[in-house]
Design a binder for this molecule. Sequence first.
Ligand code: PHE
Length: 342
Amino acid sequence: MEIKEKIEDYNSSIDAADVSSEEALEAFRIQFLGSKNVLKDLYKELRNVPNEEKKDVGQAINALKKKAEEKFESAKKEKDNKAGTKKKFDLTRPAERVELGARHPLAVIRNEIIEIFSRIGFSVSEGPEIEDDWHNFSALNFPPEHPARDMQDTFFIEKNDHEMALRTHTSSVQVRVMESEDPPIRTISPGRVYRNEAISARAHCFFHQVEGLYIDKDVSFADLKQTLLYFAREMFGEKTEIRLRPSYFPFTEPSAEVDVSCSICQGEGCNVCKYTGWLEILGCGMVDPNVLEASGIDSKVYSGFAFGMGIERIAQLKYRVNDLRKYSENDIRFLKQFKSAY
Ligand code: PHE
């Protein structure tokens, strides 16, 4: 048979080929596109075609090949589509539920504290976690021999150099604010702090604080008390009472520790408040004049109060979490329980 006739022949058999079934399509592929396909023979025969016809015949074989490829591809696509709608996608199946994440409980409490204080005009300030001696201790009136300056309590960055440390409280941020702003100052500083403690259910080597600072002319202890009462009632409910006990901090004078009435037993006595009816939540006091002066604020003109609380402690009371380690273990079963507006 002449090569041209063969081309004609193949052309019509490609047209006529049945590719409707999986098997027929595969047979078609082997015949026209497989490694031993019939078109290869045609290319071989092309050698014997007289030169002046080579171009036309060559093109005709190419066209044949293209035709076979196109027929195969479109039949295959159609099959895949059908298989797709039949097997791969069940359009009637309900969509997978999108799980909403939950905020970390400490973030929830931090945001709530920020929200409560922002309603009475407190801004939020932040500062570095690696802090120098001046901002963490000296400017805050810590005497040189104070135990907090010891390796036992503080993580220093260099072994034999006590200049830089992980901040032990966010009072350091307040020093930075006092240095850079003029009174009136009304700010809270939330953040992570570090202390050299053995990790247990009740202590950790890091925790979170919110400290507050208010400096203006004629700020009194009564302002401090009223501010904390407002906070306690917003946080723990409007029937909450507070109680102040005298205490000592290097940076405040006078100083106090503050208890709130137990929101669990309403002061009746339970195991959370150890049958006292009171829960300790924060430390506070009037900013020591030495601290104001160290930051460049005239203590004869201005006075102020400061307070500081642990976020874990507040979270413990609100959520009754009795093991501090849970907050940093990233156990999803623990974390997903805290869905909140904050
Ligand atoms: N800085 C204190 C602490 O970390 C808390 C505090 C702040 C106490 C301000 C009084 C005034 O324990």
